[in-house]
Ligand binder design. Structure first.
Ligand code: HEC
Length: 103
């Protein structure tokens, strides 16, 4: 019985003396500022990538804000065909243009 008790005391003191893992205190940066523009949806960011890749093959990237929503309607109908975009890509670019016009 004494031996068992002794064992507990030994083990107990080993555990107690084990060096504590010191984790440095990390204070997270407080996020107080609102982002200037709302985050893009996946659809919009895909559209942006297409815009910068496929819509710059024949001319430089056009400034979206230089045209009105109505103008873009016609431009996109023509240009998405020129760029040979499929339906999904056309939707993505359309969403991106709309997003840019709003922001
Ligand atoms: C196959 C070549 C080609 C591709 C690809 C292309 N464009 Fe164009 N784009 C043209 C030509 C040619 C013009 C007319 C001349 C110019 O303004 O540079 C034009 C003009 C434009 C204009 C100006 C329209 C105006 O009324 O002044 C915009 C905006 C535009 N393109 C956007 C796009 C977008 C967005 C895409 C991608 C979906 C795209 N283009 C892909 C050839 C292309």
């Amino acid at each position: 019985m004494k031996k068992i008790l002794f064992a507990f005391v030994v083990i107990g003191s080993i555990v107690a003396c084990a060096p504590k893992l010191v984790t440095p205190e990390v204070t997270p940066e407080p996020v107080t500022e609102e982002p200037a523009v709302p985050a893009m949806s996946e659809m919009v960011s895909s559209g942006k990538m297409i815009f910068n890749k496929d819509c710059t093959k024949c001319h430089e990237a056009k400034v979206i804000d230089n045209f009105t929503t109505a103008q873009w309607g016609g431009i996109l109908t023509k240009m998405t065909k020129m760029a040979k975009l499929d339906e999904t890509q056309t939707n993505q670019v359309t969403q991106y243009v709309a997003w840019e016009l709003e922001n």
